[in-house]
Every structure is written in structure tokens, then in C-alpha cells.
Design a protein around this ligand. Structure first.
Ligand code: DGL
Length: 274
């Protein structure tokens, strides 16, 4: 059995975060990872801030009790609506020596690095868009950047129905991107776990002049950088190259699409969070 201490937890509202975990494991295969997808309560993107916080706190608490030392909120909605409160209130009270990181700041940093005309577009869930977190994080780095957001609520259900190659999704993507393209953006952030699988399609639609930021590789790179700058955390991470997948509801979708998002077959187990 792998050691139960010093694991890196990766949390998402469902299986989408497996696309982020895939890139993290590819770039940092030596560590142990515990993935938790809250499939029983997905989607988070349409819920209120209070509920997203409550669900995320329960999940983070579970992962810490299972020996995680560092947790990545792979879910953009949880990163937007719950991360700040977890870092400011929850961690100092309950796990002052542990860390929780999100996916928004890596995406924001990459957008700032890429844009030349200072006009960045973001598509994400309604929850993430309404939180204004992408705008906040991008402007924190460079206040002169103009950020244009559009919620893309149909993309998650269409991807979850396995429609990511259908003409239906092309129509939805075109509709969501139109107002952003009209703003003359030169950089587009795909601010949701489910959009990475649409990256090729989206690149074809927006053309080569617009930089498309998909989070998997960016988050993996930033995590490696974070660990190199935080040796006290890094030294406490266990290194058996072990992967464990947990879900609050083991649906066919989680098994099938989860394996597709992760890039190889996964064997998830069901757990009870509450
Ligand atoms: N994981 C969510 C995100 O990245 C998308 C799915 C959901 O709405 O729960 O925002």
C-alpha cells in the first residue's frame, strides 16, 4: 500500500479535472496523487457561491483526512468561488501547514504573458464568470488588460453527453465566442475543465492569431514551479508514483469519459463525503 501521508490531492466537481491531473502526472510522475470527483453533486457551475463553498470545503476536508498535504482545486468554479475563503479562513483554522491551490492564477498568468494587445477573452461556467475571479486575477497582474467574459453553459452538458465532436457543439462554441471575437481579443482562456477536450476545435474557429490557453499543461508547469520554490512542502510529498481515483457517484459517464479525459483507463472507487 502507498503511504497515506504527503499525497497531492486533486479535486473537481466531477471527472473534468482528470484532464488537469493527466498533465500534472505527465510532468511530475514521481509523486502520489489522490483524485476526488464529486460526481454526485456535479455540476457546480450553475450553483450559488454558498453551496459551491460548502461542497468544496467538505471535499478538501476529506482529502486532508486521507493524508493529502497539498490540494489542487482543478475545478474552475471551485477555484473561483471557494479558494480564497479556504486559503484565508479554513486553512489557518484547520490545516495551517497544508496548502490548497487553484487553476485560475496559472491561467491568468499565462494569459497576461501571451496577450500583446491587452485584450483577453474568457469562457467559463456561469458560476466562474459571475464570480468575476478571472477578471480579478488577470487585472491583479496587469491592471491595464481588458478582460471580456462570456458564460458557456451548454458546453459542459454537451461534452458530458459525448457530443464533443458533433456539429451541435460547433454551433454552441461559435455562439459563445462571437461576442468575444467582436472585442478584438488576441488571447482566449478556456476557463473550465471540460473545454480542454475542445481545444483543437476552438483553435480552428478562432484562427491562428488568437492564443488559446488550455489549463492542463499550464497548471502542471506552474505546479512544478511552485514546488521548486517551496522546498518545505515539496520535501513532505510522498514519492511512489501512485494514483488513486475516488468519486462520490460511480456513474458510467465517470468511468468512460473520465478514462478519456485522463488518457488511459482509470479504476475509480466510490466514497461517501457527507
Ligand atoms: N469542473 C467545472 C469547472 O471547471 C465544470 C463542471 C461543473 O460545472 O461542475 O468549472
Amino acid at each position: 500500500m502507498p503511504t497515506k501521508d504527503g499525497v497531492i490531492g486533486v479535486f473537481d466537481s466531477g471527472f473534468g479535472g482528470l484532464s488537469i491531473l493527466k498533465e500534472i502526472v505527465r510532468s511530475l510522475p514521481q509523486y502520489d496523487y489522490l483524485y476526488l470527483g464529486d460526481t454526485a453533486r456535479t455540476p457546480y457551475g450553475t450553483r450559488s457561491q454558498e453551496v459551491i463553498y460548502q461542497f468544496t470545503e467538505q471535499s478538501v476536508d476529506f482529502l486532508f483526512k486521507r493524508g493529502c498535504r497539498l490540494i489542487i482545486l482543478a475545478c474552475n468554479t471551485a477555484s473561483s468561488e471557494a479558494l480564497a475563503k479556504i486559503q484565508q479562513d479554513y486553512l489557518p483554522k484547520h490545516y495551517f501547514d497544508c496548502r490548497v491551490l487553484g487553476v485560475l492564477i496559472p491561467a491568468a498568468e499565462q494569459a497576461v504573458a501571451k496577450t500583446k494587445n491587452n485584450r483577453v477573452g474568457v469562457i467559463a461556467t456561469s458560476g466562474a464568470v459571475n464570480s468575476l475571479a478571472f477578471i480579478r486575477e488577470i487585472k491583479k497582474i496587469k491592471p491595464s488588460i481588458q478582460v471580456f467574459q462570456n458564460p458557456a453553459p451548454l458546453l459542459v452538458p454537451l461534452v458530458e453527453e459525448g457530443e464533443h465532436n458533433s456539429p451541435m457543439i460547433d454551433l454552441a462554441i461559435a455562439k459563445y465566442l462571437k461576442p468575444l471575437l467582436q472585442k478584438n481579443i488576441d488571447t482566449l482562456v478556456l476557463g473550465c475543465t471540460h473545454y480542454g477536450i475542445l481545444e483543437k476545435k476552438i483553435k480552428q474557429i478562432v484562427g491562428s492569431k488568437i492564443a488559446v490557453i488550455s489549463e492542463g499543461k499550464v497548471v502542471a508547469k506552474k505546479l512544478a514551479d511552485y514546488l521548486s520554490r517551496h522546498p518545505l512542502i515539496e520535501q513532505q510529498l510522498s514519492r511512489n508514483g501512485h494514483l488513486e481515483f475516488l468519486t462520490t457517484d460511480l456513474t458510467d459517464k465517470f468511468q468512460k469519459l473520465g478514462s478519456q479525459f485522463f488518457g488511459s483507463d482509470i479504476k475509480p472507487r466510490t466514497i461517501q463525503l457527507y
